[in-house]
Design a protein around this ligand. Structure first.
Ligand code: HEC
Ligand code: HEC
Length: 435
């Protein structure tokens, strides 16, 4: 055959067409994976929400596939699953995405309840203070008076789509979120935590006790593992201000900007009674795993063990003005403690940087204005106490006088009533073992 210009161009075109057919056409015709164990078609609302997702460019920042090397990518590890071809069989155009500016969303469904998403779309900084995700407050559809999504609106559809990511897996998680929320909301019983109430309304005992029932005893009986030194409190304050004020508020009263969208509302750390019913171990449990059914996220993927104990030590100072005290004066004596079964350990002296004897902490005050100089008071009185522990001969650091009664009597549910029998079951630790 003679090599004319025509044959060369014609041949080249044939080669290109064949190559395109073999890579795209053939695979489209022959690659028909079976649906994976989690695959399911989208509902009508979810399909519409997918349109809202595409229309608002969510796909520019969020992927929807996890590769084996992306371990821990999806949902910060809460709900990671390596993508399979069969996961996508019901999707017309797959929204795989290429940029992971935000986290992978392929398993996002059910990681948070609907109200978290609503607050997050209003302003991502409310729930995730360092977020660079843009605000989507113009997507409407929330009935604020009744605290629920209005079905059929763009926002409701978008949230149902986001909650469907992860398909059958996400359905399981969403079901858990819904039933847990019901339990929490029922237990509020019109007390603190109910939407629309001011911060001075107290919690109903029913809610406080209900929260306790969600925590295994071993956690409930755990005290802070981190001495509440000035370092710990100052660092805890930093963790609080960076991660928690969007919900729990700059005064700690549960009244951050996200609170208006949440049900139950974020925990009010200024409620002394509520703090005294709840132990440090309980706080740790909820910080590590989140509080399913509420907007309280699982921080175990974002904070270190030290961060968590430090912030717990710090939130204990909020009723005594911890948020208003300058960092250098934050002190263990501002802490409200409580909620623990088992004898109280000797309090921590942050001047001596060791566990030692101090006079009982000041009575918790309800408003920060009442104790603007909480730190000053302490530094005076601690001077006559720092010398005490050495005299005791190592093992007798437990105060012989009245022990600060950190647990209000009668607040421990039955089965955990060791609180008021100091020394009964747990041997007194020596300073060396507990430091
Ligand atoms: C400019 C990039 C960007 C765009 C556009 C964007 N996001 Fe995000 N998104 C992020 C970043 C960064 C985060 C992580 C911080 C946070 O939680 O806000 C995030 C977090 C999220 C989360 C929370 C994940 C989790 O569980 O922690 C969801 C859900 C989400 N985005 C959904 C959307 C939806 C839906 C849209 C479109 C309406 C969208 N995003 C648009 C950047 C983006
Ligand atoms: C997106 C909002 C949100 C953010 C951010 C948030 N929380 Fe929460 N938190 C809540 C909600 C809602 C509750 C549930 C309150 C209830 O059920 O009464 C809660 C409950 C808690 C509890 C349980 C209280 C108890 O009595 O056991 C602790 C402890 C807590 N939060 C600490 C924190 C800390 C510390 C941070 C920051 C690292 C934080 N939260 C960030 C919303 C949030």
């Amino acid at each position: 055959m003679k090599m004319t210009f025509g044959t060369i161009v014609g041949g080249a075109i044939m080669i290109v067409v064949t190559a395109i057919f073999m890579t795209l056409g053939l695979s489209a015709l022959t690659f028909t994976p079976a649906p994976s164990d989690i695959a399911r078609p989208l509902s009508e609302a979810e399909e519409k929400g997918r349109g809202v997702y595409i229309g608002n460019g969510c796909v520019y920042c969020h992927t929807q596939y996890v590769r084996p090397q992306d371990w821990n990518a999806a949902g910060g590890g809460k709900a990671a699953r390596v993508a399979q071809a069969g996961d996508y069989v019901f999707q017309k155009t797959m929204l795989l995405g290429t940029e992971r500016t935000g986290p992978d969303l392929s398993q996002e469904g059910g990681v948070h309840p609907d109200d978290w998403h609503y607050a997050h779309f209003q302003n991502p900084r409310y729930t995730s203070p360092n977020s660079i995700m843009p605000q989507f407050s113009y997507i409407e559809g929330y009935d604020k008076a009744n605290n629920k999504l209005i079905p059929g609106t763009d926002l409701a559809n978008l949230i149902s789509y986001v909650q469907s990511l992860g398909q059958k897996n996400s359905d399981e998680r969403t079901k858990v979120q819904r039933s847990e929320k019901q339990g929490l909301v029922d237990s509020l019983d019109g007390g603190q935590g109910t939407p629309g109430l001011d911060a001075n309304v107290p919690y109903k005992d029913k809610h406080l006790q209900y929260l306790r029932t969600l925590v295994p005893d071993t956690w409930k009986n755990t005290r802070s593992a981190m001495p509440p030194s000035n370092r710990s409190l100052a660092h805890g304050k930093q963790i609080y201000v960076v991660n928690c004020i969007g919900c729990h508020g700059e005064n700690g009263d549960g009244n951050g900007p996200a609170a208006q969208y949440l049900n139950p509302r974020p925990f009010n750390f200024k409620d002394v009674n509520a703090q005294q019913t709840h132990s440090e171990g309980q706080y740790y449990h909820f910080l590590l795993f989140g509080l399913p059914g509420s907007a309280m996220p699982a921080w175990g993927d974002y904070l270190t063990v030290n961060d968590i104990w430090d912030v717990i030590n710090f939130v204990r100072t909020i009723p005594n003005g911890g948020l208003q005290t300058v960092d250098s004066q934050l002190n263990a004596r501002q802490q409200v403690t409580g909620g623990v079964a088992g004898p109280a350990p000797a309090p921590f002296d942050s001047n001596a940087e060791q566990w030692t004897i101090l006079p009982p902490s000041p009575t918790p005050v309800q408003s920060p204005q009442a104790s603007p100089t909480g730190g000053n008071q302490r530094s005076q009185s601690s001077q006559n106490t720092t010398a005490t522990p050495q005299g005791g001969g190592g093992n007798s650091i437990r105060p012989t006088g009245p022990v600060p009664n950190v647990t209000a009597p009668g607040q421990e549910p039955s089965g955990t009533t060791r609180a008021n029998t100091p020394g009964a079951l747990i041997p007194t630790p020596s300073p060396a073992t507990i430091r």
